[in-house]
Design a protein around this ligand. Sequence first.
Ligand code: GCU
Length: 623
Amino acid sequence: MTHLPPLKTVLALVLGVAGLLLGSSALAQTSLIQNAPARRVLSLNGSWNYIIDPYENGFYDYRREAFDKSASGKGGYYDNQKPSTAQEPELIEYDFDHSAAMQVPGDWNSQDPKLLYYEGTIWLKKSFKLAPVAGKRYFLYFGAINYEAHIYLNGKKLGMHQGGFTPIQYEVTGKLSPNGENFVVVKADNTRHLEAVPTINTDWWNYGGITRDVFIAEAPETFIVDYKVQLAKGNLSQLTGYVQLDGAGKIGQSVTLNIAEAGIKQTLKTDGEGRASFNLPAKKLKLWSPLSPKLYAVSLSNGGETVQDRIGFRTIETKGQDILLNGKSTFMRGISIHDENPLIPGRARGEGDLRMLLTWAKELGCNYVRLAHYPHNEAMLKLADEMGLLVWAEVPVYWTIAWQNPATYQNAETQLSDLISMGKNRASIVVWSVGNETPLGDPRLTFMTNLVKKARALDDTRLIAAALELHRTPDNVIHVDDPLGESLDLTSFNEYAGWYWGGKPSEITKYTFDIKYNKPVVISEFGGDALAGYHGDADTRWSEEYQEALYVNQLKMLSTIKGLRGMTPWILADFRATRRQHPVYQNGFNRKGLISSTGVKKKAFYTLQEYYRQQAAKYDSGK
Ligand code: GCU
């Protein structure tokens, strides 16, 4: 006879599980609104008060119990408590409005000298006026917060997000105060963790904080939450995609897709899921390419709202060792870029910083950029569309990730899904990269291969890549047979002959390549440091002449690769990195930039620029 547990125990268990589910769903982020910045917004950029909280006093009580998990949910800095007018004001040991302020978007490391190396919690608070309108829906949107964020509106928790480079969004309909007086509080924590993505060890500065735009998006009760409008895979005259509605009236609704300049106006009807898919002939499209970055005004309307976007149409595919852009063979003349303004070190702060970086890439003769090593700002992707630059977009699955931790994989897959969701309408993006320079091993191969499968499932129209591992043999052969390469569309690898190994620049042309895969080869990195203004001969390490000789000989050596179809040398500009501690040549900067941290072009810049001029003459004139 089995004894059932007492009813009250079963009830407690059921309620407990329900509470957990409700709790997590109540705190779950809503699916990302496509092209969120295009929705009517109230920007929350600007001056935010902040409190540095290395002991997390604003989150835990002295017994290390989280305030926001207590019965009242109160007690943390997120209450933004003010002394009452009572004679005996309560003891409150913080006050945002009398605390320092910093600019958002903006990392804290570059805004306060005492925070340059800070890793831990900083609370940020912004008060704002917004009186909600009946029948409208509201979403609080952050372009990125590095690394873990707990987010509260008017003292109530919205959720917790991990991942320092992808958008964060919570629906706040019904949570804005009727009188319009609101405040948002963020607990941002850039502490590094072994099981995080990226892990504890990287070669870039761990900039913490709210590093991209913050705004409130407004939408009608039933609105266009997502859409994709692109060319069908490998078909230059067929548009395909979908429009997804959200809200009570999402089913059976008419949605109009209008691309006036292409003579396309189509009324669609949403299905039982609120989704309308389409496949439309599009004979007269002017294709997008770096030489001719044509963008069409695309509008989607469901009666309640009209969403405008500017979308380019192109195809990208490989054929043997060739890369075909719109069916034509191309060579990807690229450069790697970090999301950092070298002139005012810190995360790129806005469109001005981004346009400066991409303008330098164009000056170099690029038609392609590798946005390393994490998702960049959505505005960067739109600029690449506008300026005609192909993009390699990447998630920070970098170096020694905790391959066997399921939560780590889930984190990586979520960041990849959010990146693809954000970038799927951008013609410039031609490559999704699932990681960089990850050490060989079965757990790593399983982890990365699963990411490849996920990327293909989400978007089969773009190339999938990763920076693979290589190994050398005493006969000076560089072997590229990393098993991860089997599942990728490109053979890409980071190769540092002449800097980390292989002798002086003049000696590296001794190497030959043995590449296992019959796929296009796009070198993801090569390069070497040079301190701008430091001159010597071609054998003087750290001099501009050494870096110049390294580029001359690298280009000679790489040109022997039959399937070479592109490259993104490391890197456009010097960038901050804590690993780089030589007091004369580095001072906390990785000096592999072709442009210095003061904007000076080094000699190697012109070496690569000339090589790209020759490649352009060969490929772009259709030879
Ligand atoms: C690695 C890595 C980069 C790093 C570079 C370097 O390949 O991918 O993130 O900055 O080499 O050592 O400078």
